[in-house]
Write a protein that binds this ligand. Structure first.
Ligand SMILES: [Zn+2]
Ligand SMILES: [Zn+2]
Length: 423
């Protein structure tokens, strides 16, 4: 998605929430940057997803995504891999028409490769990324990033870490001891960093769905220095996104972890991504199109995208789009311009933690992740309180999510923490 600038229209059409504010700063410095929409967490038949990689990738392309990454468990789409048609059919059992039939319809006999084994079983060969990318990628328009969901564990607790833009598979680390959880998290990121140095290409590592099987706490995320990214939203309905009566949801985990990192450990905060983690493509429950990142980068190229994310130039979304995010370090003011959707209204929560926070308070005034202000409108700005450790924003639309992963889900966007270091 190219950066469009209907700014004059937006300014004219929207009402400023606060009166007497100066106009938003000029955006000359971002003139050569574009916003790119992408999903970094997707499964295919290469692991436990129920469709062919080129079918899934084509879906994202058709939906107007700029980039996507198939991130199968502990495997890259490479080498020779045959699957029995029975196995393909089994993975998409809820379906009236077979995945195979749809595959043949879209890609044709020439492309689809089948064989019969000596025992008489019919098999289909999964295409490698090297084979199918040329059929879908288009320079400047659509890009596929190579990725893996490194599916580690400690004492049976899942520690799933996505590595985006890697070159060779990174083996999962499995420990029998739950006490090794933080060690495993750190070691996997160290392996990612090693490959980054060896290959010279930047690789993004993000910790997935911390609340899946309630495996990873905010404290774990805080104490693993190597980890810099995590999923603040994952579209899989089984990942306990909202937490429960005793345990915090993903968004609150972010504030707890970042408060500990900044206040106690003198460490940079975690940055948040939103992803699909889609597995089912034939009407199932774990479907695509729920969460994504918007990356502001100079070009639609793998290294440029990963470097932009590593620099924090992106936001997470489940449906709300932002025209601009401006952090003025001098005045410590965060200004957001939201791309309005017809009929929708927007509420932006400016959230952070004060230096004298009371850790015993679950939330609210002077607690962790205090909502400093909640502003309505499509142009909002807020100045960081002097005693705040950081500031971030969650924008919530009045419009319902078109494909919700939890009841009553509204479209949202999450911006990255700012104001956490002396600038
Ligand atoms: Zn996972
Ligand atoms: Zn996954």
């Amino acid at each position: 998605m190219k950066l469009v600038r209907p700014q004059a229209i937006i300014l004219a059409a929207s009402a400023f929430t606060l009166i007497q504010q100066p106009p938003l700063p000029a955006q000359d410095q971002t003139e050569s940057l574009h916003w790119y929409r992408g999903n970094t967490h997707t499964h295919s038949l290469w692991s436990d997803g129920n469709d062919f990689p080129e079918m899934i990738t084509a879906w994202y392309k058709d939906q107007g995504y700029d980039f996507m990454a198939l991130s199968d468990h502990n495997v890259l789409a490479e080498g020779e891999r045959w699957m029995s048609l029975d196995a393909v059919a089994k993975r998409q059992r809820a379906l009236g028409r077979g995945a195979m039939q749809k595959y043949l319809e879209r890609w044709g006999d020439e492309w689809v490769e089948t064989r019969k084994t000596e025992a008489g079983a019919e098999e289909v060969r999964l295409k490698t990324l090297a084979e199918y990318r040329g059929k879908l990628e288009k320079p400047g328009e659509f890009l596929i990033l190579q990725a893996e969901e490194i599916s580690n564990s400690a004492g049976g607790k899942p520690i799933h870490i996505n590595a985006i833009n890697l070159e060779t598979v990174i083996p999962a680390i499995k420990s029998d001891d739950a006490g090794d959880l933080r060690q495993v998290m750190g070691d996997v990121v160290t392996e990612v960093r090693k490959q980054e140095q060896q290959t010279g290409r930047p690789i993004l590592a993000h910790l997935n769905h911390p609340n899946f099987q309630w495996a990873i706490t905010a404290e774990d995320l805080a104490h693993v220095a190597e980890m810099r990214f995590f999923e603040v939203y994952n579209g899989h309905p089984g990942v306990n996104h909202l937490g429960d009566a005793e345990r915090p949801g993903d968004e609150r985990i972010w504030d707890i972890a970042n408060t500990i990192r900044i206040a106690e450990l003198d460490r940079a905060p975690l940055l948040g991504v939103a992803t699909d983690d889609s597995h089912t493509y034939h009407g199932g429950d774990v479907s695509p199109g729920r969460g994504w990142v918007m990356v502001q980068a100079p070009a639609l190229e793998p290294n440029a995208l990963v470097e932009a994310m590593q620099a924090g130039n992106f936001y997470a979304s489940s449906g709300v789009s932002l025209q601009s995010i401006d952090w003025d370090a001098k005045s410590r003011t965060l200004s957001l311009a939201i791309v309005p959707e017809e009929g929708a209204t927007y509420s932006t929560a400016f959230i952070g933690t004060r230096s004298g926070y009371d850790a015993t308070r679950p939330e609210g005034e002077n607690g962790i992740g205090e909502v400093f202000a909640e502003l309505e409108g499509t142009e909002v700005r807020f100045t960081l309180p002097e005693d705040a450790l950081y500031l971030r924003a969650t924008i919530t639309s009045s419009a319902r999510h078109g494909n919700p992963s939890f009841p009553e889900q509204k479209k949202q966007a999450w911006t990255q923490p700012v104001g956490w270091r002396a600038e």
